[in-house]
Design a protein around this ligand. Structure first.
Ligand SMILES: [Zn+2]
Length: 671
């Protein structure tokens, strides 16, 4: 009996232990769950803080001055700016689908609140009552721009009109997101039957594209696949097929989406008292009007014509070696033949150049160059990251942190496919350190010595240029003028200018070293520069096709607009490369939403950047004195002055087209 009791007792103890074990020890907390919950509550808090402040401002009835009205409005902009920037970033890079979805709704919420503020009659009246006549110029400018932006948002229109404006803005957010999602998610591919179809491609590309179980090779329309294939693949038919898929991403879904965006923006512009949306968006830019864009496109296209014609003939002659009857170069052939011509004429091969651009060296080289020019330093920054391949750094000026940044530089599934600088936080004096994210799709995740294309190095410098602008202009009282918050058609100029350094021997010798430790030879850089200049006439004309499409889609009543007919006509008019039937490139031209009528801004900024660069060219590219003056007069100013004025401050004269025209017409390389 005693023995049975012992067994029963032992079983009882085991049961108790099991009971406690099951009830006290839970499975590990799911870290991704915690991350989702934490982001969700951060979003809720931001919206609550913003809504509370908005309500306080709307109902405020005390004395109206800078401290009671403009300062809280600035606070509101800081909250909304940071929250919306994070939401935009997460949509593009976060590996967690739930977080991407939360980010989409957060962006919508923020835009809704921003629209409420922009259409708030009490806040507009409160701002109008603030007297800044005895304040410093930048505060006067802040009020002037704030009132201007209120009027541009329709705050002084009837209640019924304001209601419609709000509806349109909400709908446009949804449509814009749909437009980019359709592009992002539409990855198409071609199937090759044998490795012979990869002839011409670099060996690492061939290694990365092994045949599947059925011996088939798949090449998709994402940039890391598409760009080398367009440049090197000898098989014309495969290049043509991949090109057609690439030009059709987002089609047909985005045809209706884009048409809807154009219609709603047109209606919005009309309600606000403008002829069309192009007239509305250009009012606050350097270019000032849509007719100035048209003149600009015409002028640039004219300047480039002679050179483009010479270059076209060179490509055609090369094609005729294999196809004697050829009368034209197809749009899908231009990259390939330009590469062949460059190899022959300049005796260089992009594959030889790549040897000198190991990812890790390039990244460190950009840091070193920035240190040389601006006397700043970099150090790793310990913080949370959203993917294991992301790196974080701080930039210091005389020991003080003046910028923080994330480098999210390698491709992965569901990640933004292009290269971009995201301004995560804008700098506000004494309150917020500017923070940026560079998002690109470079090799080198597994191995820092992975090789980059020189064009990718150019991209890296370009995006880094945006970041430096954002950091150096991060010491502002008004967040409205902080960082790259300058006129939209000036933003690209500092970045485009920084690209010049990627073609400078002395700069390249800092970091362009091959595996054997040899530095890039100066003769190779010289040839690279000559080769780069080959094709600029053609490219400038082709860019004017994009600029004209962006303008023509917005400079009209879209009810009368035939997207396909207009696009193909413009390509045939401006680009040296004819429109390829049954392609619908507007369906994946993301800028048509983001830049609306203002794609011209890339070329416009190039004109400005050539002008700004003229001083460095004369007085030394690695001259810290000039760099210091440039930082002070141009970069640090942010949006607190008109771009036209800060350019004049740096150059000592108004901006000019001359350096651009000289560069474009210096056609040694097209002879
Ligand atoms: Zn850019």
């Amino acid at each position: 009996m005693n023995k049975y009791l012992k067994i029963i007792f032992a079983l009882f103890v085991v049961l108790i232990i099991c009971y406690f074990f099951l009830n006290t020890v839970k499975p590990d907390e799911d870290p991704s769950r915690a991350m989702v919950e934490s982001y969700k509550s951060e979003c809720r808090e931001d919206i609550k803080a913003g809504r509370d402040l908005f309500k306080r401002l709307e109902t405020y009835s005390g004395p109206k001055n800078v401290e009671t009205i403009l300062a809280p409005l600035n606070d509101l902009a800081i909250i909304l700016g940071s929250s919306s920037s994070k939401a935009v970033l997460y949509q593009c890079v976060h590996p967690n689908a739930e977080i991407r979805d939360i980010a989409v709704s957060q962006e919508k919420e923020i835009i809704k609140l921003a629209t409420d503020i922009a259409l708030s009659v009490p806040i507009y009246h409160a701002c109008s009552a603030v007297d800044v006549s005895d304040r410093e110029a930048v505060t006067q400018r802040f009020l002037e721009h704030t009132l201007r932006d209120f009027r541009r948002s329709g705050v002084d229109k009837s209640e019924e009109t304001r209601k419609r404006i709000r509806e349109l803005k909400d709908e446009l957010v949804v449509l814009g997101q749909e437009f980019s999602r359709n592009i992002l998610e539409d990855v198409r591919s071609i199937t090759l039957n044998s490795v012979n179809d990869l002839a011409g491609l670099p060996s690492d590309y061939i290694d990365a594209h092994k045949p599947d179980g059925n011996g088939k090779i798949h090449i998709n329309t994402d940039y890391p696949d598409f760009i080398p294939f367009s440049r090197y693949a000898q098989n014309d038919q495969s290049r043509f097929e991949l090109y057609k898929h690439f030009r059709n991403r987002g089609y047909p879904q985005n045809k209706a989406v884009l048409k809807n965006i154009l219609m709603k923006r047109y209606e919005l512009a009309r309600l606000l008292g403008y002829k069309n949306y192009a007239a509305y968006v250009t009012e606050t830019k350097m270019i000032k009007s849509e007719s100035n864009i048209r003149d600009f496109i015409y002028k640039i296209s004219e300047i480039a014509t002679t050179r483009a014609e010479k270059e076209y003939q060179i490509l055609l002659e090369r094609l005729r070696k294999t196809d004697p009857k050829a009368t034209k170069i197809g749009d899908w052939q231009k990259t390939y033949f330009q590469e062949l011509v460059k190899q022959k004429r300049y005796n260089i091969d992009s594959k030889d150049i790549r040897k000198y651009f190991q990812f890790g060296n390039v990244r460190n080289g950009i840091f070193d160059l920035t240190t040389t020019l601006y006397d700043v330093t970099f150090r790793p920054w310990k913080t949370e990251i959203w993917h294991e391949s992301v790196e974080a750094y701080e930039m210091l000026d005389k020991g003080r942190v003046i910028g923080r940044f994330f480098l999210d530089l390698h491709s992965r599934e569901n990640k933004y496919k292009h290269a971009a600088h995201f301004d995560l936080k804008s700098g506000v004096t004494g309150r917020q350190i500017p923070t940026s994210v560079l998002v690109c799709n470079f090799p080198g995740e597994e191995n820092e010595s992975a090789l980059m294309e020189h064009s990718q190095v150019v991209t890296f410098f370009h995006e880094f240029g945006h970041m430096l602008h954002h950091f150096f202009a991060g010491n502002q009282q008004w967040v409205k003028f902080s960082g790259i918050a300058t006129e939209f058609d000036f933003i690209e100029a500092p970045s485009q200018m920084l690209e010049e350094w990627v073609w400078d021997t002395t700069t390249l010798q800092i970091f362009a070293v091959n595996k054997e430790g040899q530095t890039i030879p100066p003769e190779l850089v010289e040839k690279m520069v000559e080769a780069k200049e080959f094709g600029i006439g053609l490219d400038t004309k082709h860019q004017m096709f994009y600029a004209a499409m962006s303008l023509d889609f917005y400079d009209c009543d879209p009810n009368d607009l035939d997207l396909d007919a207009t696009m193909s006509a413009l390509q045939n008019r401006y680009s040296p490369f004819e429109y390829v039937p049954a392609t619908h490139m507007y369906a994946n031209f993301g800028h048509l939403d983001g830049y609306s009528a203002m794609y011209f801004t890339y070329m416009w900024s190039k004109v400005i950047s050539k002008d700004l660069f003229s001083r460095f060219k004369q007085e030394g590219m690695l001259n810290p004195k000039i760099a210091g003056e440039y930082r002070k007069a141009v970069l640090a100013v942010g949006g607190s002055k008109d771009a036209v004025d800060l350019i004049r401050d740096f150059l000592g004269r108004p901006y000019s087209f001359e350096p651009f025209a000289v560069w474009l017409n210096d056609d040694e390389s097209s002879k």
